[in-house]
Design a protein around this ligand. Structure first.
Ligand code: FA5
Length: 340
């Protein structure tokens, strides 16, 4: 019996073959149980003892043998895999674009983060899924206010008063709820609107910046916008402020930037106007301060919200916003892997 086991044992080359060997020797009708069944048929105690010892020895041999061989075969399988998957360190290094690179909007986002950190701004994050209160109500846009129609909103099905934020201005509310002035905050991230044309996409990015302190004026706002645009584009750029209405600021303005691609002469990027609409800004409305328990007699503040994608378009001279989101390798591989 033991010889039979040794012969079959040495033929085994794969872990899966163990099962039939185990069943043949240790299974209910296997050799070991049948040896044990014979014990009681033997006439003398000595014979029964001997057969019992043989059965036990065989059982141990089978169990130990199977365990040892299983380990050995597993080791062999691992060694084979390692051999097959061995890294060839002599392979040529891949081109940076084959390795993957940051998206142009991420490049601009990272660069702006550095610029604002140097200006002592705190960089905060805000949630993409937001309460209506933070996106609208606490920003002086009450229920049924017509200004809500200007930001075609995606609401979450089955969740009352939850939406995909339409702008990064929600961060103003979170920051002013959690921290007392003075505040210098910048935040960048995804926004969502039911919008889709040459210059609007359903998902886009904004940068929000705001400062709350004693004696902050519109002059500080204009100065800050000039400073960060100069730092981003590496040159002085003309800006144009057009009076505009945002319920959370007073006064409010829209900001156009002179087209970087043509220097303001008119081209495809700026649709021959020489200007590109980049965002909104203004002095934070006293109602917003009062809602957030900030004394509007002591503090004033400015805020601005720009389209990051627009800033990226202008930076790289892209004339169609939608290609930024098309995920085409041919387009994306034209960009540098990092900005200075
Ligand atoms: C706002 O979103 C205000 N929260 C900005 C603001 C902040 C005003 C602080 C005052 C104080 P507006 O809806 O105009 O404003 O959007 C700002 C910019 O976001 C636009 O100029 C544009 O650059 C970008 N933007 C808006 N909608 C889209 C869209 N669907 N696709 C791409 N960019 C967009």
């Amino acid at each position: 019996m033991q010889k039979d086991f040794e012969e079959r044992y040495h033929l085994i080359t794969a872990v899966k073959d163990f099962e039939s060997l185990r069943v043949a020797f240790l299974g209910r009708k296997g050799h070991v149980p049948s040896l044990r069944a014979q014990i009681k048929t033997l006439p003398t105690a000595e014979e029964r003892k001997q057969l019992g010892a043989r059965a036990t020895a065989l059982q141990r041999r089978v169990e130990d043998g199977i365990n040892a061989l299983r380990l050995e075969l597993e080791d062999r399988a691992i060694a084979k895999t390692l051999e097959q998957e061995r890294a060839d360190i002599d392979l040529p290094v891949l081109d940076q674009h084959e390795l993957g690179a940051l998206h142009p909007v991420s490049l601009i986002r990272n660069k702006l983060e550095q610029v604002f950190q140097r200006l002592s701004f705190s960089v905060l994050d805000g949630p993409d899924v937001e309460f209506e209160d933070y996106n609208f109500n606490k920003l002086n846009i009450p229920d049924h206010h017509p200004a809500r129609d200007m930001q075609d909103t995606f609401y979450l099905q089955n969740y009352q008063r939850l939406l995909l934020r339409t702008h990064t201005s929600n961060v103003q509310v979170h920051a002013m709820e959690q921290h007392s002035p003075p505040l210098r905050v910048v935040s960048m991230g995804r926004c969502f609107r039911c919008d889709n044309d040459l210059t609007h996409t359903p998902q886009f990015h904004q940068i929000e910046g705001f400062v709350v302190d004693n004696g902050i004026s519109f002059a500080h706002l204009k100065g800050m916008i000039d400073v960060f645009l100069r730092a981003l584009y590496g040159k002085e750029l003309a800006t144009r402020f057009r009076p505009s209405y945002f319920p959370f600021v007073e006064p409010g303005a829209e900001v156009d930037i002179a087209c970087v691609a043509c220097g303001g002469n008119g081209c495809r990027v700026c649709k021959q106007t020489g200007w590109l609409e980049a965002g909104g800004c203004g002095m934070i409305h006293p109602n917003v301060f009062e809602t957030l328990n900030i004394d509007s007699e002591s503090y004033t503040g400015f805020a601005f919200g720009f389209g990051l994608d627009r800033l990226a378009m202008l930076y790289f001279g892209v004339d169609d916003l939608r290609v930024l989101f098309a995920g085409q390798d041919e387009f994306l591989s034209q960009f540098p892997t990092h900005l200075q």
